[in-house]
Design a protein around this ligand. Structure first.
Ligand code: SF4
Length: 191
Protein backbone atom coordinates (compact mmCIF):
# COMPACT_ATOMS: atom_id res chain seq x y z
CA UNK A 1 0.00 0.00 0.00
CA UNK A 2 1.34 3.45 -0.84
CA UNK A 3 0.88 5.58 2.28
CA UNK A 4 2.43 9.00 2.70
CA UNK A 5 1.44 9.83 6.28
CA UNK A 6 0.13 8.32 9.45
CA UNK A 7 -0.65 10.84 12.18
CA UNK A 8 -2.13 10.58 15.66
CA UNK A 9 -4.12 12.00 17.41
CA UNK A 10 -6.25 13.58 14.68
CA UNK A 11 -9.07 15.48 16.38
CA UNK A 12 -10.32 17.68 13.53
CA UNK A 13 -11.50 15.12 10.96
CA UNK A 14 -14.07 13.05 12.81
CA UNK A 15 -15.06 12.50 16.43
CA UNK A 16 -12.57 11.61 19.12
CA UNK A 17 -8.88 10.85 18.90
CA UNK A 18 -8.27 9.22 15.55
CA UNK A 19 -5.49 7.72 13.52
CA UNK A 20 -5.19 9.64 10.26
CA UNK A 21 -3.90 7.75 7.24
CA UNK A 22 -3.09 9.62 4.02
CA UNK A 23 -2.58 7.44 0.97
CA UNK A 24 -0.46 8.65 -1.93
CA UNK A 25 -1.64 8.78 -5.51
CA UNK A 26 -4.43 10.77 -7.12
CA UNK A 27 -5.01 11.52 -10.78
CA UNK A 28 -7.88 13.96 -10.32
CA UNK A 29 -5.71 17.10 -10.06
CA UNK A 30 -8.45 19.28 -8.52
CA UNK A 31 -7.69 22.99 -8.74
CA UNK A 32 -6.63 24.28 -5.33
CA UNK A 33 -6.06 20.80 -3.84
CA UNK A 34 -4.51 21.23 -0.40
CA UNK A 35 -2.43 18.04 -0.76
CA UNK A 36 -0.77 18.15 -4.21
CA UNK A 37 2.32 16.56 -2.67
CA UNK A 38 0.21 13.40 -2.39
CA UNK A 39 -0.71 13.17 -6.08
CA UNK A 40 2.25 10.93 -6.88
CA UNK A 41 3.02 7.56 -5.36
CA UNK A 42 6.58 7.02 -4.21
CA UNK A 43 8.54 3.81 -3.64
CA UNK A 44 9.56 4.95 -0.16
CA UNK A 45 5.87 5.17 0.81
CA UNK A 46 5.27 1.46 0.17
CA UNK A 47 4.20 -0.42 3.26
CA UNK A 48 2.50 -3.77 3.57
CA UNK A 49 -0.99 -3.82 5.02
CA UNK A 50 0.23 -6.22 7.69
CA UNK A 51 3.03 -3.84 8.74
CA UNK A 52 0.71 -0.83 8.77
CA UNK A 53 -1.89 -2.73 10.81
CA UNK A 54 0.76 -3.87 13.27
CA UNK A 55 1.97 -0.28 13.76
CA UNK A 56 -1.54 0.98 14.40
CA UNK A 57 -2.42 -1.91 16.70
CA UNK A 58 0.73 -1.21 18.71
CA UNK A 59 -0.33 2.44 18.98
CA UNK A 60 -3.82 1.39 20.08
CA UNK A 61 -2.37 -0.73 22.89
CA UNK A 62 -0.92 2.42 24.43
CA UNK A 63 -3.26 5.23 23.42
CA UNK A 64 -6.98 5.74 22.93
CA UNK A 65 -7.99 5.25 19.29
CA UNK A 66 -11.61 6.25 18.68
CA UNK A 67 -11.54 5.76 14.95
CA UNK A 68 -9.71 6.22 11.67
CA UNK A 69 -9.79 8.94 9.06
CA UNK A 70 -8.46 7.88 5.69
CA UNK A 71 -7.72 10.51 3.08
CA UNK A 72 -5.13 11.24 0.45
CA UNK A 73 -4.59 11.15 -2.38
CA UNK A 74 -7.46 8.97 -3.53
CA UNK A 75 -8.08 6.05 -1.14
CA UNK A 76 -10.39 4.23 -3.57
CA UNK A 77 -7.55 3.89 -6.08
CA UNK A 78 -6.05 1.40 -3.61
CA UNK A 79 -9.32 -0.32 -2.80
CA UNK A 80 -7.84 -3.82 -2.53
CA UNK A 81 -5.31 -2.79 0.09
CA UNK A 82 -7.78 -0.46 1.77
CA UNK A 83 -10.29 -3.26 2.06
CA UNK A 84 -7.71 -5.49 3.74
CA UNK A 85 -6.51 -2.70 6.02
CA UNK A 86 -10.02 -1.89 7.21
CA UNK A 87 -10.77 -5.55 7.87
CA UNK A 88 -7.62 -5.87 9.98
CA UNK A 89 -8.01 -2.62 11.89
CA UNK A 90 -11.65 -3.20 12.75
CA UNK A 91 -10.42 -5.00 15.88
CA UNK A 92 -9.36 -1.54 17.10
CA UNK A 93 -12.44 0.46 16.02
CA UNK A 94 -15.24 0.19 13.48
CA UNK A 95 -15.34 3.96 13.00
CA UNK A 96 -13.69 4.47 9.60
CA UNK A 97 -14.26 7.81 7.92
CA UNK A 98 -13.03 7.79 4.31
CA UNK A 99 -12.63 10.75 1.96
CA UNK A 100 -12.98 10.20 -1.78
CA UNK A 101 -13.12 12.41 -4.83
CA UNK A 102 -15.69 10.08 -6.38
CA UNK A 103 -19.40 10.34 -5.71
CA UNK A 104 -20.85 7.31 -3.98
CA UNK A 105 -23.06 6.64 -7.01
CA UNK A 106 -19.96 6.45 -9.23
CA UNK A 107 -18.32 4.03 -6.83
CA UNK A 108 -21.37 1.76 -6.82
CA UNK A 109 -21.58 1.84 -10.62
CA UNK A 110 -17.98 0.59 -10.86
CA UNK A 111 -19.15 -2.83 -9.57
CA UNK A 112 -15.72 -3.35 -8.07
CA UNK A 113 -15.96 -6.01 -5.34
CA UNK A 114 -13.15 -4.37 -3.37
CA UNK A 115 -14.82 -0.96 -3.40
CA UNK A 116 -18.18 -2.55 -2.54
CA UNK A 117 -16.54 -4.27 0.40
CA UNK A 118 -14.96 -1.02 1.59
CA UNK A 119 -18.36 0.67 1.45
CA UNK A 120 -19.89 -2.15 3.47
CA UNK A 121 -17.26 -1.89 6.19
CA UNK A 122 -16.80 1.83 6.75
CA UNK A 123 -18.83 4.11 8.99
CA UNK A 124 -18.71 7.30 6.94
CA UNK A 125 -17.90 8.32 3.38
CA UNK A 126 -17.26 11.96 2.52
CA UNK A 127 -17.63 12.03 -1.24
CA UNK A 128 -17.32 14.24 -4.28
CA UNK A 129 -14.69 16.21 -6.11
CA UNK A 130 -13.07 19.22 -4.53
CA UNK A 131 -14.29 22.45 -6.14
CA UNK A 132 -12.23 25.38 -4.97
CA UNK A 133 -14.96 27.94 -5.67
CA UNK A 134 -17.27 26.01 -3.32
CA UNK A 135 -14.80 25.94 -0.44
CA UNK A 136 -16.92 27.88 2.04
CA UNK A 137 -15.77 26.34 5.35
CA UNK A 138 -18.53 23.72 5.39
CA UNK A 139 -17.80 21.45 8.33
CA UNK A 140 -15.71 18.40 7.49
CA UNK A 141 -15.90 19.09 3.74
CA UNK A 142 -13.38 20.74 1.47
CA UNK A 143 -16.18 22.16 -0.66
CA UNK A 144 -19.90 22.42 -0.09
CA UNK A 145 -20.80 20.02 -2.95
CA UNK A 146 -19.24 17.16 -0.99
CA UNK A 147 -21.55 15.01 1.07
CA UNK A 148 -21.24 13.11 4.34
CA UNK A 149 -22.78 9.63 4.09
CA UNK A 150 -23.13 7.76 7.37
CA UNK A 151 -23.15 4.19 6.08
CA UNK A 152 -23.07 2.34 9.39
CA UNK A 153 -26.39 2.74 11.17
CA UNK A 154 -24.80 2.23 14.60
CA UNK A 155 -22.77 5.42 14.03
CA UNK A 156 -25.67 7.60 12.86
CA UNK A 157 -26.42 9.23 16.23
CA UNK A 158 -22.78 9.85 17.04
CA UNK A 159 -22.14 11.54 13.69
CA UNK A 160 -25.39 13.46 13.77
CA UNK A 161 -24.35 15.06 17.07
CA UNK A 162 -20.82 15.60 15.83
CA UNK A 163 -21.96 17.29 12.64
CA UNK A 164 -24.47 19.50 14.47
CA UNK A 165 -22.01 20.71 17.10
CA UNK A 166 -18.75 20.83 15.19
CA UNK A 167 -16.83 23.43 13.28
CA UNK A 168 -13.66 23.28 11.22
CA UNK A 169 -10.39 23.44 13.08
CA UNK A 170 -6.76 22.98 12.11
CA UNK A 171 -4.08 20.85 13.76
CA UNK A 172 -0.42 21.25 12.91
CA UNK A 173 2.02 18.37 13.34
CA UNK A 174 5.78 18.62 13.21
CA UNK A 175 7.07 15.62 11.27
CA UNK A 176 10.29 14.54 9.62
CA UNK A 177 8.84 16.08 6.42
CA UNK A 178 8.31 19.44 8.14
CA UNK A 179 5.06 20.88 9.47
CA UNK A 180 1.94 19.11 8.24
CA UNK A 181 -1.29 21.07 8.63
CA UNK A 182 -4.37 18.88 9.07
CA UNK A 183 -8.02 19.87 8.72
CA UNK A 184 -10.29 21.66 6.27
CA UNK A 185 -8.32 24.61 5.01
CA UNK A 186 -9.52 27.88 3.57
CA UNK A 187 -9.22 28.04 -0.21
CA UNK A 188 -6.24 30.43 0.03
CA UNK A 189 -4.31 27.95 2.19
CA UNK A 190 -1.77 26.95 -0.49
CA UNK A 191 -0.98 30.57 -1.33
S1 SF4 B 1 -9.29 14.23 -5.16
FE1 SF4 B 1 -8.48 15.13 -3.25
S2 SF4 B 1 -6.27 14.64 -3.29
FE2 SF4 B 1 -7.05 14.32 -5.37
S3 SF4 B 1 -6.62 16.28 -6.41
FE3 SF4 B 1 -8.75 16.35 -5.63
S4 SF4 B 1 -8.60 17.35 -3.62
FE4 SF4 B 1 -6.52 16.66 -4.20
Amino acid sequence: MNVARILYPIQVLGPGKRVGIWVAGCSRRCKGCSNPELWTQRPEYEISVDRLSALVEELARNYVVDGFTISGGEPMNQARELNQLIAQLSVVSSDFLVYTGYQIEQLIEMHDPMIDSVLRQIAVLVDGEYIEELNDNTFLRGSSNQRVHVLNSTCKEKYQKYLEAGHNQIQNFTTTDGVVSVGIHHRSFRR
